[in-house]
Design a protein around this ligand. Structure first.
Ligand code: ZN
Length: 241
């Protein structure tokens, strides 16, 4: 089986279209989305339509919850909060209802899906380092936990009492080892690479690949300017920060 996993679209339609074009070429058996459909960018409704059309499973992100009042924007930095207020005004009532009904976690066979971290998903804590990851291995069942949230692709493993980080673009999944894989962000990468990213898991070959996809962020930036979204949010797209 081949599974495509993507996360953190953040209302960036150009990045989403580029990634979905690549995903369709791969003809995956399953498609999973790890949350943050909206927030930051200019096309929340259009992105939600496409994400819901293509995805077999979707979990909630903190921006999805903030956009419908389930998470307080006091927890957000001022620029993110400003974009959430704009998103609230732009969302259709149908899309608001869809965001309100998203699950926090999903499970399919050996895969556990959560936006931020498995211990207390609704607290939205970040897995940004090996020590963070090591703590979270006790809080999910199955072999591989798939996360987003940090906007940085990463992979961590647990082999009994040993923990480590893997920094390759293709991981080989080994027997008896468990993994936490951060699939990165489609719509606002923060690993100093502006290209969108998604992950492809081939369960027969036991390989997980991070795939980078270029898109025209200038179009997204122009739309954000037209909606008077904060200028740092516009600029960061071209630097991947
Ligand atoms: Zn996000």
């Amino acid at each position: 089986m081949r599974i495509a996993i993507f996360s953190d679209v953040h209302s960036n339609l150009e990045a989403l279209n580029a990634v979905l074009t690549e995903i369709r070429k791969q003809k995956p058996d399953r498609v999973f989305f790890l949350g943050d459909a909206v927030g930051y960018g200019p096309d929340p409704n259009e992105c939600m339509e496409k994400i819901f059309e293509v995805s077999d499973m979707i979990v909630a992100g903190n921006h999805d919850h903030a956009a419908v009042g389930l998470t307080d924007i006091d927890q957000f930095n001022p620029l993110a909060a400003e974009a959430i207020l704009w998103t609230r005004s732009a969302l259709t009532s149908e899309n608001r209802d869809r965001l309100l009904s998203l699950p926090m976690t999903e499970r399919e066979k050996d895969l556990f899906l959560v936006h931020a971290s498995p211990d207390r998903p609704q607290e939205w804590s970040y897995i940004s380092s090996m020590p963070d990851a090591a703590y979270h291995f006790d809080f999910f069942e199955g072999k591989i936990c798939l996360v987003g949230h940090t906007h940085r692709p990463a992979a961590y493993f647990c082999d009994g009492n040993q923990f480590g980080e893997i920094q390759e673009s293709v991981l080989t999944i080994e027997e008896k080892i468990r993994y936490i894989v951060n699939v990165g962000s489609v719509g606002q990468p923060r690993d100093r690479n502006p290209d969108a990213v998604y992950v492809l898991y081939d369960t027969e070959e036991e390989k997980i690949s991070f795939v980078r996809v270029k898109y025209n962020f200038r179009i997204t930036q122009d739309k954000m300017r037209a909606h008077h979204l904060p200028s740092f949010l516009i600029e960061r797209l071209e630097y991947g920060i």
